[in-house]
Design a protein around this ligand. Structure first.
Ligand SMILES: [Zn+2]
Length: 275
């Protein structure tokens, strides 16, 4: 098994893990939650991330398998690139639903999840069999240069410079972002005639897209799952309160879900293969 690529965010030395702390050879010490995640956010850095309500809503929603089709698509994508000794880094892992499920599927590889939300990481670490979870700022992930054989990034803004640093020379970046019709059913309920999402990855030519696939499925949600989905999206904060309340009274709802999975490598010209 390869060494743990996670380093001390102060001096860059390797970290050694104990039950309640992680320490480096220079005596920098970091707290470990009772669930096992390590807080590598330095004092003075922003440490908010997603709040309790959003994290628990997403945890419940994903646990019910409403995005299991995305998980299947990710398993297929990883299968083409992963090998037993792979180091997989999930930047913005949230509650760890995808990280833990993929670790279970590819049990010989080593998975490391990072997120700003300590609350979300508690769920992630609690459900973990082997993956390790860390609170960290995604603009400066405390991981050795070039250690990610696979870098996973699902539904969050990309920090290109940092991601290029993390990626091993022959590593792949698996970038998941919403398709144009993602959550149209929910948007129709909230806004009447909604606009489609901008279906572009937003990556520069620093990454070469070697394959791209779209995963679509209509999901039917009962009231509890509908409320959770609305709570875990940005619409919850952007939409007038009365519209949110009306939507949350519906007994059920149906919505399209649409995900793009782009597999990228460093450099080269962009070549998109539609499946
Ligand atoms: Zn240190």
């Amino acid at each position: 098994m390869k060494d743990c690529p996670v380093i001390c965010p102060v001096c860059g030395s390797p970290l050694h893990f104990a039950e309640k702390t992680a320490v480096c050879k220079n005596g920098h010490s970091f707290d470990r939650s009772k669930e096992g995640s390590v807080n590598l956010i330095l004092n003075g850095s922003p440490s908010a991330g997603d709040g309790a309500e959003m994290a628990s809503a997403r945890k419940r929603f994903l646990s019910k398998g409403h995005y299991s089709h995305l998980l299947c698509g990710l398993k297929e994508s990883l299968r083409d690139y992963i090998f037993p000794q792979s180091t997989v880094i999930d930047a913005c892992c949230g509650e760890g639903y995808f990280t833990n499920a993929l670790q279970k599927e590819f049990c010989e590889a080593s998975f490391y999840g990072f997120d700003l939300s300590k609350r979300a990481l508690r769920y992630a670490a609690k459900d973990s069999q082997k993956a390790l979870f860390f609170a960290a700022n995604i603009s400066s992930v405390p991981v050795k240069d070039g250690s990610a054989d696979i870098l996973l990034h699902i539904f969050a803004p990309v920090n290109e410079k940092e991601f290029l640093r993390l990626l091993a020379p022959k590593g792949v970046f698996i970038h998941v972002f919403p398709g144009k019709d993602h959550l149209m059913g929910i948007k129709r309920i909230l806004y009447g005639e909604p606009r489609q999402n901008d279906e572009r990855s937003g990556l520069s030519d620093a990454f070469e897209v070697i394959s791209s696939k779209k995963i679509s499925e209509t999901v039917v949600l009962d009231n509890a799952s509908l409320c959770d989905l609305i709570t875990m999206t940005p619409y919850f904060y952007r939409t007038p309160k009365d519209r949110i309340e009306n939507a949350m009274r519906l007994p059920y709802a149906e919505t399209e879900t649409e995900f793009i999975i782009d597999i990228c490598k460093k450099n080269g010209k962009i070549k998109r293969i539609k499946k």
